[in-house]
Ligand binder design. Structure first.
Ligand code: ZN
Length: 425
């Protein structure tokens, strides 16, 4: 059931029916049978989308610790977690995370899912079930195990995952003994199965690990232009200026999009650096200048790779402002329009004919939406209202607040007529 509704917002109103926007502009009179959502204090935006997360591991922080805090420690901890990751366990955590994502504004989520020795395709099959009833669009990337080249079991598990309904082919070529060959083999499998390709290109600040040139040539060779995504790409940020620009143009020419995962890579990379601490971010400015679509995602929602993660695209957007030096409006684009493009979803605009995937948020501008990230949000996916969050805040006057007593002296009584003078100073 989709809404037939008029959404009043700060700048006018939109009418939605049958999952799409049918008019936008000054407020139209509501017609019989239409709901009216009065959100006149809210900003209405195309909804965000999450282009890269790991639902199979979501909310696992605490179950298996990663005291080292780095990538090697996280990979070891996730292998130790496999025996606890039953189908029911994966589905329960993923369901919780997806409901949170939906409430925060995401109407689509792309999840990489480990399909490797130790867990097989258990998590992927569990998430394929979750996908059927999720409140948002879910895309599953079969994340092939590493090493991939010459490893018959990992190849078979990837093919099994495709058979079980994976939407995208994924893998981790940087951790293969032969990264260029891994890139080409994974690209061939994607092309043979008519699926998009989305690889974890690399998560290292070692500038010598750079397989993006091979990725661009594999995408061309297998005619995957426009359906290929390079995730992470951390080593590109460690190249000199001319190499960053040269590789960015190669990616643009091959129709490759890049997904930046700021929270995880700022946390995992740069530890134990002997000299100045490098940042685990790719060359965002050069990629944008070359015309590469650059999206940003959450990657790890509170697991052994990243203990943080509010499952909120506006948290990712804020990191893209602080760490990748985008403007707030560019950062919102990275977590909304660019993310949808990575996922092959139709564009959303506040105009007739576009999908009614919308976020109304208590804010007066996109800048304020990113900066304040108000929890007060209403979310529509395909014209259906999927979540509404209201904030109840009791604001007490300072002089009305009871300070804790314990060993403290009781607060002085305020002087009459000078409430601001109360307090302990
Ligand atoms: Zn990832």
């Amino acid at each position: 059931m989709t809404d037939r509704a008029v959404i009043r917002h700060a700048a006018g109103a939109v009418r939605i029916a049958d999952g799409v926007i049918v008019s936008a502009g000054p407020e139209p009179a509501a017609r019989p049978g239409e709901q009216v959502h009065d959100l006149t204090g809210y900003l209405l935006l195309p909804a965000p989308a999450e282009p890269h997360v790991h639902l199979d591991k979501a909310l696992l922080a605490g179950r298996i610790p990663n005291p080292a805090g780095d990538l090697t420690g996280a990979i070891g901890a996730s292998r130790r977690a496999y025996r606890t990751m039953t189908a029911d366990d994966v589905a329960e955590r993923a369901g919780r995370a997806l409901r949170e994502a939906a409430a925060n504004g995401c109407t689509a989520v792309r999840s990489h899912v480990n399909c490797t020795s130790g867990i097989g395709t258990t998590a992927l099959r569990a998430l394929a079930e979750v996908r059927r009833t999720a409140p948002v669009t879910v895309q599953l990337v079969a994340l092939a195990g590493f090493p991939f080249t010459g490893h018959a079991l990992h190849r078979r598990l990837l093919l099994d995952a495709i058979e079980a309904g994976a939407d995208v082919v994924g893998g981790v070529p940087a951790l293969d003994p032969d990264p260029p060959r891994a890139v080409h083999e994974l690209a061939r499998i994607a092309a043979d199965h008519h699926l998009p390709l989305d690889l974890h290109l690399d998560e290292t600040t070692d500038p010598a690990v750079l397989t993006l040139r091979e990725f661009a040539s594999a995408v061309r060779e297998h005619a995957l232009e426009g359906r290929a995504t390079a995730s992470h790409c951390v080593s590109l940020g460690q190249q000199d200026a001319s190499a960053r620009a040269e590789v960015a143009h190669l990616l643009a020419d091959a129709g490759i999009a890049v997904v930046v995962l700021p929270q995880t890579n700022l946390g995992l990379q740069g530890r134990n650096a002997p000299g100045p601490i490098p940042r685990g971010l790719t060359a965002v400015a050069e990629l944008l200048a070359a015309g590469v679509p650059v999206a940003a995602g959450g990657d790890n929602w509170r697991d052994m790779f990243n203990p943080l993660g509010r499952i909120d695209p506006l948290e990712t957007a804020a990191l893209m402002v602080a760490a990748a030096h985008l403007t707030p409006a560019q950062a919102y684009h990275a977590v909304s329009a660019a993310s949808r493009r990575v996922m092959g979803l139709p564009e959303v605009r506040l105009a007739p004919g576009y999908p009614a995937d919308l976020l109304a948020i208590a804010a007066s501008s996109p800048e304020e939406a990113v900066a304040a990230a108000s929890p007060q949000r209403v979310v529509w996916r395909a014209g259906r209202r999927i979540a509404a969050t209201r904030l109840v805040r009791d604001e007490m006057h300072w002089t009305d607040m009871r300070l804790p007593t314990g060993n403290l002296e009781p607060p002085p009584r305020p002087a009459a007529g000078r409430p601001g003078s109360a307090g302990r100073g």
